[in-house]
Design a protein around this ligand. Structure first.
Ligand code: PMP
Length: 294
């Protein structure tokens, strides 16, 4: 059976799930999205993802034709129709069809919604076991005053340029700095460092996405008694950190063992990182919005 996609009011087979070439999501990256995951029949932090989606839409003055509750139901229904339990979910709202100019007021009155649910493609297990080697790339993260990275928009060219530079350096993920040279985040993940038992991550106001996994990991760390701070730091602090890891919906918690050729800690995934990973995985298995009525 072909995968069913929610396409602005209907469920259609993936071969028929198409958008117009006049959609401003395609022409200008004008739209917002969420990447969400379900584990063991439950969608992890669905309310938080939906809040971020609706906040992003509000900031770009995009009207979503569904209420938050309706969107939630459509996501769950898409998962049920595809009989998925452990899945990756992509919810997208574009500006809709307009003319060839920029003006969003010439587009459909309300955004165009589609939801894709599919089997999750997991990162290679070797990265979790051995840790990642990452580099800092020349492309800086968008300046919040120009395009705030807290808006999870369809315009990912900033991140894609950084990803190209990462791959050019033979690594799969890159650290992005802001225009002042402070560490912000990676192309699709937030970044954390651990020093003397304290956990640090850059504050969102310097240009990082308020990651759902980031929030969950900070909560877990506080619960196990760690000092957790959102703090500005530069590459020096990363190089001399005891442990470093990245967080994201797709990657979960992934250890970093080398940054720009500097070995982090003893070059192995750190003990605290492993503890946080275990606790995070427990949380994903036991919590979340049930897909199927219980
Ligand atoms: N930063 C960026 C730029 C991202 O695209 C993402 C999501 N892939 C993240 C951080 C992590 O956010 P979350 O934990 O909500 O997936």
């Amino acid at each position: 059976m072909s995968l069913l996609i929610y396409l602005n009011g209907d469920f259609v087979p993936k071969e028929e799930a198409k958008v117009s070439v006049f959609d401003h999501g395609l022409l200008y990256g004008d739209g917002v999205f969420e990447g969400i995951r379900s584990y063991n029949g439950r969608v992890f932090r669905l309310d938080e993802h939906l809040q971020r989606l609706y906040d992003s839409a509000k900031v770009i003055r995009l009207k979503i034709p569904l209420s938050i509750d309706e969107m939630k139901e459509k996501i769950l229904e898409t998962l049920r129709l595809n009989k998925l339990s452990d899945a990756y979910i992509r919810a997208v709202v574009t500006r809709g069809v307009g003319d060839l100019g920029l003006d969003p007021d010439k587009c459909s009155k309300e955004g165009f919604v589609f939801i894709i649910t599919d089997k999750i493609v997991l990162y290679d297990e070797q990265f979790y076991k051995n840790g990642l080697n990452v580099i800092t790339v020349p492309t800086r993260r968008n300046v919040p005053e120009a395009l705030n990275p807290r808006i999870k928009s369809l315009n990912y060219l900033n991140n894609i340029l950084a990803k190209i530079e990462a791959k050019n350096g033979n690594v799969i993920e890159a650290i992005m700095l802001n225009s002042d040279g402070y560490v912000v985040e990676c192309t699709g993940d937030n970044i954390f460092i651990i020093k003397n038992g304290s956990l640090y991550t850059p504050p969102t106001y310097i240009g990082a996405l308020e990651g759902i996994t980031r929030d969950a990991v900070m909560e877990i760390a506080r619960k196990i008694g760690m000092n957790v701070e959102e703090k500005i730091f530069n590459r020096y602090e990363v190089y001399v950190s005891d442990e470093c890891f990245l967080t994201g919906t797709a990657a979960e918690v992934i250890p970093v063992v080398m940054v720009d050729g500097r070995i982090i800690g003893d070059g192995q995934p750190g003990e605290i990182t492993q503890k946080l990973t275990t606790e995070f995985r427990k949380l994903t298995q036991n919590t979340g919005t049930p897909i199927y009525p219980e």
